[in-house]
Design a protein around this ligand. Structure first.
Ligand SMILES: Cc1ncc(COP(=O)(O)O)c(C=O)c1O
Length: 320
């Protein structure tokens, strides 16, 4: 006899399987071949019509900034903070956004509703257009688009469970006086793509980048934390890379649990003294790390508890 509990468990189980098959299928569809709507310069347009000409400044000279946001249960987590950072990134790049923060917040929420995204990702993007095609771009129109789609885990959930493996990149975060380092300016991400490709070619999942002085900086799309034998967390001072919104939330969670958090410069060889390691980021959420280069770490309770607390927070905030 099949009891109610068996049925409901099977129901949930098959729902998870179906959802993961659907997301895997969607991942194989190129982003420009999908369907739905995109918010594009103040209008909601068909996905296939959200196009730009190849002669635009954003593409050629990376005069482009963006955000990465997650939707949990239909609500965008920390939307106001992401929009603040989007405008800050634009300002640092000398880009004046032709919309207010409220208009962008409303547009993000609206497109999530139009697309009926329940658990996914939001990508607002701002770039310079085509009026001038040289280094100077004083007269270029500023364009804004917001796309959103259903999305699952950034890292393979099976790898995530046991902790992902990172190499140490040959590429470094640039010195703070070389580029607006504290932004999500597209140009900065070339370093991340180079590092990530290098790591994948070596059989790693991601890459740990050092800063221009050789201190530990961050992973290609996430901040990094270490745990020492006493249970205290150590994380690099974000003085040449992004001070992630997730990083700040996880620090708050850790402190509320009585965990000591030390923000300091960390040299790569100090990793031999750490027992745990994890990444934080909007996409990465809280991802345990089992290895960086030849340094090994355990996926311990402290890290899984922080992950659980973060998952509770993102869903509680979205339910509020
Ligand atoms: C290079 C880089 N570092 C760190 C982060 C983490 O930032 P956040 O937690 O705000 O998503 C991200 C993701 O946005 C990133 O791309």
């Amino acid at each position: 006899m099949v009891s109610y509990i068996d049925l409901s468990f099977e129901g949930i189980y098959f729902f998870i399987i179906k959802k993961s098959i659907y997301l895997q299928h969607m991942e194989s569809v190129p982003y420009d071949k999908r369907s739905g709507k995109i918010w594009f310069n103040g209008k909601t347009v068909d996905w296939k019509d959200a196009n730009i000409h190849i002669l635009n400044h954003g593409l050629h000279y990376a005069s482009c900034v963006f955000e990465g946001e997650r939707v949990y249960d239909g609500e965008i987590f920390k939307l106001a903070e992401h929009t603040e950072r989007l405008f800050y990134s634009a300002e640092r790049m000398g880009i004046k956004v032709p919309y207010s923060k409220k208009e962008i917040n409303d547009a993000c929420k609206n497109i999530v509703n139009v697309q009926k995204v329940k658990n996914g990702y939001v990508r607002p993007l701002i770039w310079r257009g085509s009026e001038m095609m040289a280094i100077s771009a004083q007269r270029n129109k500023i364009h804004v688009a917001i796309a959103t789609w259903e999305w699952g885990s950034y890292f393979d959930p099976k790898l995530k469970l046991n902790g992902i493996k990172l190499n140490i990149s040959n590429w470094r975060r640039p010195a703070p006086n070389t580029i607006p380092w504290d932004t999500k300016a597209s140009g900065l991400y070339m370093i991340c793509t180079l590092s990530k490709h290098e790591a994948e070619a070596q059989g790693f999942t991601d890459s740990l980048m050092l800063d221009y002085q050789g201190n530990i900086a961050e992973a290609t799309g996430a901040n990094v934390f270490f745990k020492d034998e006493s249970g205290a967390l150590h994380t690099p001072v974000p003085d040449s890379f992004l001070d992630g919104i997730t990083r700040r939330e996880v620090i708050k969670i850790a402190k509320s649990k009585g965990i000591k958090v030390v923000e300091r410069k960390i040299k790569p060889d100090e990793m031999s003294g750490f027992t745990g390691c994890f990444l934080t980021g909007t996409a990465a959420e809280v991802t345990p790390v089992s290895q960086i280069d030849n340094y090994k770490f355990e996926v311990c309770d402290v890290i899984t508890n922080l992950n659980d607390a973060y998952q509770n927070l993102v869903r509680k905030d979205s339910a509020a």
